[in-house]
Write a protein that binds this ligand. Structure first.
Ligand SMILES: Cc1cc2nc3c(=O)[nH]c(=O)nc-3n(C[C@H](O)[C@H](O)[C@H](O)COP(=O)(O)O)c2cc1C
Length: 376
């Protein structure tokens, strides 16, 4: 690589010179990495077809996967001028904690399928770059190992098994690992129809090459980690069985937002599982306004699905989200480069958000209000 080529990849992407040099010392040619899509391309080359198909796959014909992303293209930003944007703060308060920024890592299962660093690499990157991570029930590494190896302050995502004793053990593990928030995923009574997933992952789990770290020794052979009989009563059951705050992940209507409010949850995530569950769900950003309206500031409303740019984060915040979560983008980084790739993903997205805030005339997250966007 020539020195000119070396200086190009980060041109204008907001990463410091010392950080560029650090990354460029690695063996991988990062000269093409300007955004998360470049990491997607790179990850495809490095981790292979099966893992990429699993990661990028979705339900049926991937209409909802595409809709999540496309919907952000239909929202415009109304930028304000002549505002001093020399200093920008991305800090937010969420669930009693101050976060450096509103970009959270969604729970994504089986991350060691993308790179051997797996969830431990992701947690180390999240800790180093000051982002919040949510660990999936179906992580390859066990929650206690992720917590002890990384020292990250983790939140936990719950798939309840049909056997509530198994679920109790899972909750106890998460609490012992220091998790303060439990994200109950409510969009997965059964697994969606994912035709592109292939069988490699399942075979690797069957052969023992990959483990389901949290369920090892507690999930009886043949028992599913999802429960199709789960109802709203699960919120009460959870409250009686965990000290963690309860957040429902997968709400897409104002009716369910109201039910969540009535049950006294601590928050919700507007999510359609990245288009991996019910095909033809609306794009999450299109679901957000009615839900924000229903909740009316009573508790945090997070959103995920299709967020790939700083402008997408900005638009979601403007439409009332308290914070956003990203799934595939950090996994592209992980698949491409391991832990440093997750770091790079987070650096790119935060740098984009800061620049977009400056260009729009906003200096803190609370200033990104509804007036800053318009929808066609
Ligand atoms: C490979 C993969 C695995 C996932 N595993 C889980 C999981 O274990 N639990 C869960 O609640 N959501 C899971 N999700 C959904 C994500 O938490 C999140 O809702 C989604 O990825 C957001 O969309 P995005 O990928 O477009 O950012 C997974 C998503 C992907 C892509």
């Amino acid at each position: 690589m020539s020195s000119i080529a070396l200086s190009l990849p980060f041109a204008g992407c907001g990463i410091s010179n010392s950080r560029k040099n650090e990354l460029l010392k690695s063996d991988t040619d990062l000269s093409t990495v300007k955004n998360v899509f470049d990491l997607e391309k790179l990850s495809g080359e490095v981790m292979g077809k099966d893992a990429l198909n699993y990661l990028n796959g979705g339900a049926d014909d991937l209409r909802t996967v595409r809709a999540n992303y496309d919907a952000y293209g239909k929202i415009q930003i109304r930028a304000r001028r002549l505002i001093d944007v020399t200093t920008v703060s991305t800090k937010i308060e969420l669930f009693g904690k101050t976060l450096d920024n509103p970009i959270i890592l969604s729970p994504v299962g089986f991350q060691a399928f993308f790179h051997s660093d797996g969830e431990i690499g992701t947690a180390k990157a999240a800790e180093k770059k000051d982002h919040q991570m949510i660990v999936s029930s179906v992580s390859n590494f066990a929650i206690e190992d992720i917590a002890s190896e990384s020292k990250a302050d983790l939140w936990f995502q719950l798939y309840p098994s049909t056997d509530r004793e198994v679920t109790k053990l899972l909750l106890a593990k998460a609490e012992a690992a220091g998790c303060k928030i439990c994200f109950l995923t409510v969009d997965t009574p059964v697994v969606g129809n994912r035709e592109t997933h292939g069988t490699t992952l399942l075979e690797m789990i069957k052969s023992g090459e990959l483990e389901m770290g949290n369920f090892k020794d507690i999930l009886p052979e043949g028992m599913s980690f999802t429960d199709p009989s789960m109802t709203w009563d699960m919120v009460d059951w959870l409250r009686a069985n965990t000290k963690m705050k309860i957040v429902l992940k997968g709400i897409v209507t104002s009716e369910d937002a109201r039910m969540a409010k009535e049950r006294g949850v601590d928050g919700i995530v507007v999510s359609n599982h990245g288009g991996r569950q019910l095909e033809s769900n609306r794009a999450t950003i299109d679901c957000l306004p009615e839900i924000v309206n229903e909740i009316n500031g009573e508790f945090p409303v997070l959103i995920d699905g299709g967020i790939r740019r700083g402008t997408d984060v900005f638009k979601a915040l403007a439409l009332g989200a308290t914070a956003v979560c990203i799934g595939r983008p950090f996994c592209w980084g992980l698949g491409a480069l391991g832990q440093p790739g997750v770091e790079l993903t987070l650096e790119i997205l935060k740098a984009e958000l800061i620049r977009d805030m400056q260009l729009a005339g906003t200096t803190s997250i609370d200033k990104i209000t509804r007036e800053f966007v318009t929808t066609k």
